[in-house]
Design a protein around this ligand. Structure first.
Ligand code: AKB
Length: 320
């Protein structure tokens, strides 16, 4: 039984909400948040926060021992856009950081590791529609290269050492708590903030760029369900496709405009367009559905409605 969980990268977009969700399940004292940035009040007040750089293997081992950790969730990553600006940083954090996690888990005989991958694992030669889980993996971004290598490394630890390591390929994640940082799908979050705050958004992707996306409550559900899945029933381990819906910037703009009729958009594609063009348009997640019962709850319409409602309230209170 898992008692104490360490979440590395706990201050990030997914890590921050995942920490709070897992504290509700395991208890505040049993979910240790760790990262290199300043944590928000909610994280600090609900449990322990440790400053920890994933590249510091010795300190990682100290934290694991100090809190008798038996599972690690690794949310620390350099995402696609920042990764293209600084490829070696992406390789270092995403691969050497992961090796530190896998090695500490092997040496200290932890019970479980969860390490996410991404739709960035696919590349321009991958089939773009309803992309299967097992297909051509030849990404052209450094982030994507680290995600494929990470999936293979994690599977290697399963095969070679019998370590319980699992992972899922996140699409773009949309949320209203912590802002994403450094990704290509970040436009799908920024557009809501700008629609509410200024009434105009300049999009860095072309209007017809279709990408797979998911609302945060489904992202948390997918992560926690896979974390709790019966290891013996898993056929795959570190490459689960998960899907909810796909849209283009134009589709998202038109949906938001229903709630904010004066909202305007302009398009000024930059270097992130090439990254987006190399990714799938939609995802086949039948392995996740069959092996651990994955099913999304939020449609695009549900997500837009909820995002507008939550962010409007925050804006009225002066929080954004
Ligand atoms: C990114 O855009 O880099 C991430 C991802 C899809 O993994 N959000």
């Amino acid at each position: 039984m898992i008692k104490n969980v360490l979440i590395i990268g706990a201050t990030g977009q997914i890590g921050s909400e995942l920490t709070l969700a897992l504290r509700k399940i395991y208890g505040n004292d049993h979910v240790i948040a760790a990262g290199i940035e300043n944590p928000c009040e909610k994280l600090l007040q609900s449990g322990v926060y440790e400053t920890l750089n994933i590249l510091d293997a010795q300190r990682l081992a100290e934290v694991v021992k100090k809190y008798q950790i038996d599972a690690i969730i690794n949310m620390a990553a350099i995402l696609s856009a920042v990764g293209e600006k600084n490829p070696m940083l992406a390789w270092n954090v995403n691969i050497n950081g992961l090796i530190n996690v896998l090695e500490v888990a092997r040496e200290l005989q932890l019970k479980r590791v969860l390490n996410p991958s991404s739709i960035a694992a696919f590349g321009p030669s991958t089939p773009k529609d309803n992309t299967p889980q097992e297909t051509i993996l030849r990404p052209t971004s450094m982030y994507g290269i680290t995600k494929v290598a990470g999936e293979l490394l994690a599977d290697y630890y399963v095969l070679k050492y019998g370590l319980d390591v699992r992972g899922l390929r996140y699409p773009g994640i949309i949320s209203n708590e912590t802002l994403p940082g450094g990704g290509t799908t970040d436009y799908a979050v920024a557009i809501f903030y700008e629609a509410i705050k200024t009434g105009h958004y300049e999009c860095f992707l072309k209007e017809d760029t279709m990408l797979p996306m998911m609302y945060m409550p489904d992202c948390l559900k997918a992560t926690i369900d896979l974390f709790h899945a019966d290891f013996n029933k898993l056929i795959h381990h570190n490459d689960f496709n998960v899907a909810a819906f796909s849209f283009t910037p134009k589709m998202l703009y038109e949906n938001i405009k229903q709630y904010l009729p004066a909202f305007t958009i302009s398009y000024k594609p930059d270097y992130r367009q090439a990254i987006a063009d190399s990714w799938p348009r939609s995802i086949d997640d039948s392995c996740a559905r069959a092996e651990w019962g994955w099913q999304p709850s939020f449609s695009m319409d549900d997500m837009v409605k909820d995002m507008i409602q939550v962010l409007k309230q925050k804006h009225e209170k002066g929080l954004i």
